[in-house]
Design a protein around this ligand. Structure first.
Ligand SMILES: [Fe+2]
Ligand SMILES: [Fe+2]
Length: 474
């Protein structure tokens, strides 16, 4: 017997005041003059919903895995999945039978809500990449064999590209997956991952996989139908709610509360030095690379918003996925450049304050702080920093900072566009201005409890500080 799925899909128990969307209404199998078109449109619809659910739920892996390279890769895959979904929807809307809404059928949502559940992020990662992504890859492959090469040429070209992307994703993620359990030497991680993958495989199979929703000679149940209690395995997601961890994982890297302070013996970024005209430009460059790398905190806290907004329009998740990928690229600017300037990344503590505070707030509050406070107010200092770095004639540094600035301008624009929509999802009726002001005050209050709680992992003599940066440039 399958227990009912919890009505709230939010991690902090907050209940949106209204039920935003009607239940998914399955359409009957096509039989008329446009049956051939409708058949392929229904399949594209299933692929669209799968890609958008991947975006909504695979983002929960990002703050749970520790390795920055893996976080970056997940952000890239999420962005590519959002792009696939967008093109599928665009093409699908040209075809009769695709449907006009962005809704996701309950059976698919149940699969993805289950996929996030393992407490061990590596096990969850294996489920996404050993079960769901291969099923998606197979579905794209089968689509190519099932559709007419000339009649459905526009879909075929898209699917060919997505198929290549899926194959590349599989190759890119392979080094991060737990070693498959071998009969000779099974480890507990590989055994759990194998067990979990078998569970998800059964669940996926119980509603017909990701192939054509209504093939003429189907022997599997249509995924448009509710899950059959007889065929679906018991679900973890039916017994407890998924919650975001109170701190993000940074794996083997040292952590702290903040990399900003006024004390050069304490942190690598010394606020006064950033704007002091006598600071050596090489010090400014090093500090801004640390600043950029620490945008990994933005990656982690922005990633929490997708799962918490299951009824958001797809366009909102699409733009958030782009925002997420931008932040991961900004973080990589620092992550890739600092070692070239002599910094041992294992001496650079990662700041966790923003995540630990923001995860206590609602999604629109998190998004408001990010776009209307942190990003909107970063431009004057960054402009000064860019002018100082230009003294060095370092073309790559100038390029990275210019693209960062351009992206950040887009993020603030995006915030103006989407904050009201996100507020509406949570029944917020104040004006955005009032909401932002109140959120700022609430953030300051929460910071008293949830800020400054991460002690330095490393003693002062081992970690990168302002004083160390001075020595490094000598
Ligand atoms: Fe950024
Ligand atoms: Fe940004």
């Amino acid at each position: 017997m399958v227990a009912p799925v919890p009505t709230s899909e939010r991690s902090d128990g907050f209940q949106p005041p209204s039920t935003p969307k009607p239940a998914f209404a399955p359409t009957p199998a096509p039989t008329g003059r446009l049956a051939a078109v409708q058949e392929m449109a229904r399949w594209l619809r299933l692929l669209f919903e799968t890609e958008r659910e991947f975006v909504r739920t695979a983002t929960t892996l990002i703050y749970r895995v520790g390795e920055p390279e893996l976080k970056y890769l997940l952000c890239q895959h999420v962005w590519e999945a959002a792009s696939h979904a967008r093109f599928l929807r665009e093409r699908g809307r040209e075809l009769s039978g695709f449907g006009a809404t962005d809704d996701v059928r309950p059976s698919l949502r149940q699969l993805f809500n289950e996929a996030v559940m393992p407490a061990d992020a590596t096990v969850a990662l294996a489920g996404f990449y050993r079960v769901i992504k291969p099923a998606l890859h197979d579905a794209y492959r089968h689509y190519l064999t099932a559709t007419h090469h000339l009649a459905d040429w526009p879909s075929r070209k898209l699917v060919e590209e997505f198929l290549a992307d899926e194959a590349r994703h599989a190759a890119e993620i392979a080094p991060y997956l737990p070693v498959a359990a071998s009969a000779c030497e099974p480890t507990s991680a590989s055994a759990s991952a194998s067990e979990w993958s078998a569970h998800l495989t059964t669940l996926l199979a119980s509603h017909g996989g990701l192939h054509s929703p209504s093939p003429p000679l189907s022997v599997t149940p249509s995924p448009l139908l509710p899950l059959s209690p007889a065929s679906a395995p018991p679900l973890l997601s039916a017994t407890r709610l998924y919650t975001h961890p109170p701190t993000p994982s940074r794996g083997r890297f040292p952590t702290c509360s903040s990399v900003f302070s006024h004390d050069p013996a304490e942190t690598p970024i010394v606020r006064a030095w950033l704007i002091d005209p006598t600071t050596d430009a090489r010090v400014i460059r090093m500090m801004v690379y640390v600043w950029l790398m620490m945008e990994l905190d933005a990656v982690d806290y922005l990633a929490t918003v997708f799962y918490d907004t299951p009824h958001a329009p797809f366009d909102l998740h699409h733009d958030l996925a782009r925002h997420l990928w931008d932040e991961s690229r900004h973080s990589q600017f620092g992550y890739r450049q600092l070692p070239r300037l002599g910094v041992d990344l294992l001496t650079l503590e990662h700041s966790l304050d923003l995540y630990t505070i923001l995860v206590q707030m609602t999604p629109p509050e998190r998004y408001a702080m990010m776009t209307m406070e942190f990003e909107a107010n970063s431009f004057p200092t960054k402009a000064h920093v860019m002018d100082r770095v230009r003294e060095l004639n370092d073309f790559e540094a100038d390029t990275l900072l210019a693209f960062d600035r351009n992206d950040e301008q887009n993020h603030v624009r995006s915030g103006h566009r989407w904050l009201p929509g996100m507020m509406a999802l949570f029944g917020e009726t104040r004006s955005p201005e009032e909401f932002v002001a109140a959120t700022r005050a609430r953030f300051a209050e929460l910071a008293k409890t949830y800020g400054g709680i991460t002690p330095h992992s490393l003693p002062a003599h081992q970690r990168l500080t302002g004083e160390k940066i001075l020595r490094l440039i000598k």
